[in-house]
Design a binder for this molecule. Structure first.
Ligand SMILES: NC(=O)c1ccc[n+]([C@@H]2O[C@H](COP(=O)([O-])OP(=O)(O)OC[C@H]3O[C@@H](n4cnc5c(N)ncnc54)[C@H](OP(=O)(O)O)[C@@H]3O)[C@@H](O)[C@H]2O)c1
Length: 309
């Protein structure tokens, strides 16, 4: 294992960089595919021209323009960027894998539970159909279809819930208002919020690389919660009140109704397969996950390799 390489599309991002740390601690060589130059980076053009680097054992795609980048307006151009940053990066990596002379063992794609249509009633697991009826579900269909990986390379698609980590995603956006005691549920707070702690997601990706699994795995923690339950858990962990709900109309006005819908609706998702394949979560409850991220100072805790999976 010592010299085997993992190529990570979007390896500079919130999930990709934490994954890189974990893999390096586990003695892999990590190379990112990025739009930016960097010591461990190659560009998407390099990938297209020269293909996979020698000793590439696994390829992971964590690339994608942030949907909830609230500094960007929800325009047709931005939506196109959200879609193409996922579909074209996946296509580029899949092509490099399929045309490689020395093939990697596995391609792991990180998509989202938004693949399942939001609903207060439906219960989803990995066997549930994805309908492609709303923006994100349609995008997930095309995104996952772009991972047209030919055997013998294994394809694993992890449909991740909202990732709970101190350095990015939802927690980064919410930390300051909650820390100031200005937090609150979104809308009526009854929408489901499938979630996973970032370290568990990275361990699940490493598990996918090192085991023999194939197909879809929902990357969600065992405890199913609503937005209200998350709000209370995060406020408790920070020892702050969370008494200021953000009204639905305000979110729709600020962020565009289509994007606000992703905050105001959710889906009940479980990971039947995680248990079946023997994956063990370290953060099973939202209280445990929130406690870990409720730190004002951004001290990074080391991530233990997955030998203890
Ligand atoms: N965070 C979550 O809660 C969550 C939940 C479910 C699924 N996901 C999925 O996981 C993936 C990674 O999420 P993240 O939170 O790590 O996001 P992130 O921190 O924004 O990182 C995404 C990476 O994608 C690359 N990227 C952005 N726009 C791009 C573009 N137009 N073309 C090519 N590459 C682009 C960037 O790399 P460079 O700047 O180096 O090029 C960036 O580092 C995304 O596809 C996201 O949908 C995330």
């Amino acid at each position: 294992m010592a010299t085997s390489r993992v190529l990570i599309g979007g390896g500079t991002g919130f999930i990709g960089s934490r994954l890189g740390e974990l893999l390096i601690r586990s003695s892999y060589t990590v190379t990112n595919v990025s739009r930016m130059p960097g010591i461990n980076n190659i560009s998407w053009t390099d990938l297209e021209c020269t293909g996979l680097l020698p000793m590439t054992n696994a390829v992971v795609n964590c690339a994608g323009q942030q949907v909830m980048d609230l500094t960007k307006k929800w325009t047709p151009g931005f939506k196109q960027n959200v879609a193409s940053s996922r579909i074209y990066t996946t296509k580029a990596l899949a092509k490099a894998v399929n045309t490689a002379k020395h093939k990697p063992k596995v391609f792991v794609l990180i998509t989202g539970v938004g693949a399942y249509e939001a609903s207060p009633y439906c219960r989803y697991d990995e066997s549930s159909a994805i309908t492609g009826k709303d923006f994100f579900s349609t995008l997930c269909k095309d995104w996952e279809a772009a991972a047209d990986i030919k055997p013998p390379v294994r394809l694993v698609i992890i449909r991740s819930g909202v990732v709970i980590g101190r350095w990015g995603g939802m927690i980064k956006n919410m930390f300051l208002p909650f820390w100031l005691g200005l937090g609150g549920r979104l809308g009526d707070g009854k929408q489901f919020l499938p979630w996973i702690h970032i370290d568990d997601l990275c361990r699940m990706i490493q598990f996918a690389i090192e085991s023999k699994i194939e197909g879809i795995v929902n990357g969600v923690a065992p405890q199913v919660i609503t937005n209200e339950e998350f709000t209370q858990a995060f406020a408790r962990a920070l020892r702050r009140p969370a008494l200021l709900p953000i009204p639905e109309l305000l979110l729709k006005f600020l962020y565009n109704p289509e994007r606000a819908r992703m905050l105001l609706t959710g889906q009940y998702v479980i990971s039947k397969r995680a248990e079946g394949i023997g994956f063990k979560f370290r953060y099973k409850t939202i209280d445990e996950a929130c406690k870990e991220v409720a730190r004002l100072y951004p001290l990074k805790l080391p991530l233990t390799p997955t030998s203890s999976l």
